[in-house]
Design a protein around this ligand. Structure first.
Ligand SMILES: NC(=O)c1ccc[n+]([C@@H]2O[C@H](COP(=O)([O-])OP(=O)(O)OC[C@H]3O[C@@H](n4cnc5c(N)ncnc54)[C@H](OP(=O)(O)O)[C@@H]3O)[C@@H](O)[C@H]2O)c1
Length: 241
């Protein structure tokens, strides 16, 4: 049974990812700010393999104490880390404000980088050839009006992942990004149908990306079948052009 740390498990894609990993008989160490009905469902259904910690990832300085001392201690062997939690501060660049930008960078980039540090230390301690997966966004590669600041956080993760793969491949640790297309979750719920249709028209499949398809791809990267895949951006985006 593998131990996988997954952030943002309370809803959306993170909940799908947690379910797929748990269905594969592995253990999920989930993190989010809210104890939603989804969290209750997983705690009831998987009392032995689903653990949950309430934590706000904007508290970058507390990641070590809260996640690696009070939750996953160093006796637990970590096999994987899925950096899924994120927030989207969307606005046009001429309206950019520093405070929301800083909060977004803390949640989307700084905490995931600090968590990666402790995940790698855990994997080295236990000699685990683990898998690190960051959820990126198609907005990095195509550009969308209003998503410049958000896309820049995901671009930072793509660079960080590629370099993690270079630095730690020697110890068998893999790092990859899943570049997800537009998914119908809370994050995208403010878009009008017209805006959504414009996004769908930019895809080959002419539809939203299915979170389950993204979750299954994440789960594959956590298996021993994927041990030769590292430093990659894997696009699960309905064929966005
Ligand atoms: N939706 C899309 O179209 C789309 C497209 C491409 C990529 N993505 C990426 O896919 C991933 C999942 O997004 P989603 O669409 O599932 O979004 P979502 O429905 O808004 O879910 C976001 C998750 O992150 C958690 N989270 C947010 N801020 C947090 C914080 N400060 N501390 C701890 N947890 C926090 C939320 O939990 P709490 O609110 O309970 O804390 C929630 O579980 C993200 O990385 C996103 O950037 C999304």
């Amino acid at each position: 049974m593998k131990n996988i740390l997954v952030t943002g498990v309370s809803k959306g894609l993170g909940f799908e990812i947690a379910q797929v990993i748990l269905e594969s008989d592995n253990c999920v160490w989930g993190v989010s700010r809210t104890r939603t009905g989804n969290i209750e469902k997983l705690l009831n259904k998987y009392p032995n393999s689903f653990k949950w910690k309430e934590f706000d990832l904007k508290n970058v300085q507390k990641t070590n104490d809260e996640l690696f001392k009070n939750f996953i201690n160093f006796d637990i062997k970590l096999h994987g880390y899925v950096n899924n939690a994120a927030l989207a501060y969307d606005d046009i660049i001429s309206n950019l404000q520093l405070e929301p930008l800083e909060i977004m960078y803390k949640v989307n980039v700084f905490s995931p980088m600090m968590i990666t540090k402790y995940v790698i230390r855990n994997m080295l301690l236990h000699r685990i050839k683990g898998s690190i997966i960051h959820i990126s966004s198609i907005s990095v590669h195509t550009g969308y009006k209003g998503l410049a600041m958000y896309a820049s956080t995901k671009g930072a993760l793509e660079a960080f992942s590629k370099n993690t793969a270079r630095e730690w491949g020697i110890r068998g640790i893999c790092s990859n990004c899943i570049v997800a297309g537009f998914m119908e979750t809370a994050m995208s719920s403010s878009l009008t149908q017209e805006q959504k249709n414009r996004i769908f028209n930019r895809t080959s499949l002419k539809k939203a990306t299915n979170p389950k398809s993204v979750a299954e791809t994440v789960n594959f990267l956590l298996t021993d079948k994927a041990t030769s895949i590292t430093g990659q951006n894997i696009f699960v985006d309905s064929g966005t052009i």
